[in-house]
Structure formats: structure tokens, C-alpha cells
Ligand binder design. Sequence first.
Ligand SMILES: N[C@@H](CCC(=O)N[C@@H](CS)C(=O)NCC(=O)O)C(=O)O
Length: 204
Amino acid sequence: MQIYWIKAQAPLRVLALCKHLGVQAEFIQLDPTDGSLKTDKYAKLNPNMKAPTLVDGETVLWEASAIMVYLCQKAGSDMWPANHAAEQVDVIKWLSWNDCHWMEAIGNFYFEYIVKSTFNFGQPDQQAIEAGLPLFHKYAAVLNQHLQGKDHVACGRLTIADFQLASMARYWQESQMPMQDYPNIVNWLNKLMQLPAWAEPWPL
Ligand SMILES: N[C@@H](CCC(=O)N[C@@H](CS)C(=O)NCC(=O)O)C(=O)O
């Protein structure tokens, strides 16, 4: 099995999951600045020309959430509740909320501070950060309320929803997200950091 990745939040979830579940794979690092995502060979695997992409024999998969489900099924992990319909609904709800709302609310902080500094794309744009604050507060309040008295986002245990929602939020301090106003989110992120695979997700 091969997993193509770059040093960014969507591949991060998949890499952390592989490490957490002990899934063996060949991890192939690409770089968005050197054209390696844009080759014809890679575009045949992932027509979006983005990472991550998983190749396992005849199976070729893109989208981090689908790849995480595939890996859980392969490893027999209940981080994806394969045999429990109501739990699947719970996980899907939060994956969807992440992709439609949470990513939009925190994505500009992550892009301006983490993506730009990782790939030398220039200085953060403070105006973009400030413009994103109302949306940040709107959705941080939703997640903070949901996490009251909880350590996990869905199913009352660690699932792929935690990895999906935390992959940008984990950088809240470095990217100036005003997360200190949302203590339940901070508590959840801190507890996730106690997982060795989450704390150090990148392949050696
Ligand atoms: N929805 C996709 C997002 C994939 C994506 O946007 N990957 C980014 C890294 S987080 C990427 O490859 N960016 C490089 C580029 O667009 O050139 C997923 O969940 O896998």
C-alpha cells in the first residue's frame, strides 16, 4: 500500500491514523512547490492533484475521510463504526460539519500562518485573519457547546471525526485562532495531543 502525502492538514489525519493503528504502508512525500502534484502520473491517481492519495492494489482513493474509513476497515478499528448504523450517522454528521463549516471558519488562520510558513508562500495577511473572525466565533461556539463534558466529538470515544476536526485546529496557538475563549475545544485538543501518533504524525 502506498500513501502519497504533503506536509499539510488533510494528509496529516491519514498519516496519524496509520501510525495510531499500526498500518504499514510506503509513505511517498510530494511537494506542492516542485510540481510533483501536477505530473500526469499523479493526476491519473488523483485528478484533483492534491494529497493525500492511497493506492492499495487495485484500490485508488482520494479524500482523507474516505481514506480513513478504508484504513479503519482494513485494520478492524472502531474509529470508524463499521457495524453500527447510528454511530455512522454521528461520525458522518461531524465529518460533514467539518468540511462545510469548521474548515471554512478556521481555514484562513491555518493557511495564513501554517501553509504560508511551511511552503514559503510569504507573510500572513492580517486583514484576511480579521475578516474571518466572525465565522470563527460562530462555529467555535457550536463545537465548544457540543464538547461540554466530552473528550471526543462523536460516539463517546475516539473516532476519525476527532482527527478530521482537529487537523487544522491543533495549530490554534501558532495561527492566532482565538481558541482560548473556547475551553472545551482546548481541552479536547490537549487530550488528543496525548496520543503519540497525533502528537508526531509525520513519517520518519
Ligand atoms: N478534501 C481533500 C482535501 C485535499 C487537499 O486540499 N489537500 C491539500 C493539502 S491539505 C493539497 O494537496 N494542497 C496542495 C495543492 O492544492 O497544490 C481531502 O480531504 O483529502
